[in-house]
Design a binder for this molecule. Structure first.
Ligand SMILES: CC(C)(COP(=O)(O)OP(=O)(O)OC[C@H]1O[C@@H](n2cnc3c(N)ncnc32)[C@H](O)[C@@H]1OP(=O)(O)O)[C@@H](O)C(=O)NCCC(=O)NCCS
Length: 189
């Protein structure tokens, strides 16, 4: 899938103006209604989603990335960094809540979004990116496996969606450091 004549942009966001927030909320509800991503099962409406994103921007451990198609926010992802007290796992971070609105899919934006989050995580010193996905989200599974994520486990009771228990897959990817040596995966390394 190629970008063709669309402008694709992913940026880390520290503030959202009202117009961008409105577009982002619309994109989020559209993704929820279509059935994928973000943990929510039912559409939330603009007010609840705006509260969510304003809250996310206040949390130091979370970085918000916005995907834009022709300048308009159409999706997002969050990079969650480990708490400061978790020194032993400070080398890892979590990619979560990644989605693109159905009307903006197929242009390569999700691939760009994930790559930007990976680059940022690596630049912050993280060497591992972890994520998990419902087994039913086959497009996302293709996306992550295509980007080199390794599935290391499946949780049989991962989520409940409309009264049904759904299993979920857990993935990780080793990140290339901008400088220095890659992570040594050998035990004790
Ligand atoms: C998964 C999702 C983010 C992909 O968004 P997108 O912008 O359309 O994806 P891209 O155009 O960047 O495509 C990247 C890769 O995703 C996979 N993919 C995208 N659309 C696909 C489709 N219709 N069928 C199968 N695989 C597909 C492919 O591996 C594709 O790589 P390719 O172009 O080399 O074939 C989007 O479908 C989505 O938001 N789904 C619901 C939410 C979700 O599952 N989120 C992830 C859980 S955290």
């Amino acid at each position: 899938m190629a970008a063709l004549d669309h402008e694709l942009l992913v940026e880390r966001t520290e503030a959202l103006d009202e117009a961008d927030l409105a577009d982002l909320c619309e994109a989020t509800d559209a993704a929820i209604i279509e059935g994928g991503g973000f943990g929510w099962v039912e559409a939330q409406g603009r007010e609840a989603l705006a509260r969510h994103f304003r809250g996310v921007l206040l949390v130091p451990a979370i970085e918000l990335f916005i995907a834009r198609l022709d300048g308009v926010p159409v999706g997002s992802a969050q990079l969650i960094r480990p708490p400061r007290n978790n020194e032993a796992q400070a080398f890892g971070a979590q990619l979560t809540h990644a989605y693109i609105a159905p009307y903006a899919r197929g242009h390569g934006l999700a691939r760009l979004l994930v790559r930007r989050v990976e680059e940022r995580a690596a630049s912050l010193g993280h060497r591992v990116l972890n994520l998990d996905v419902r087994e039913t989200q086959s497009t996302a599974i293709n996306l992550f496996e295509g980007l080199g994520y390794t599935r290391w486990g499946t949780h049989p009771a991962y989520a409940r969606v409309r009264g049904r228990t759904v299993s979920g897959h857990y993935y990780f990817k080793l990140l290339e450091p901008p400088h220095g040596r890659p992570l040594d995966m050998r035990a004790g390394g």
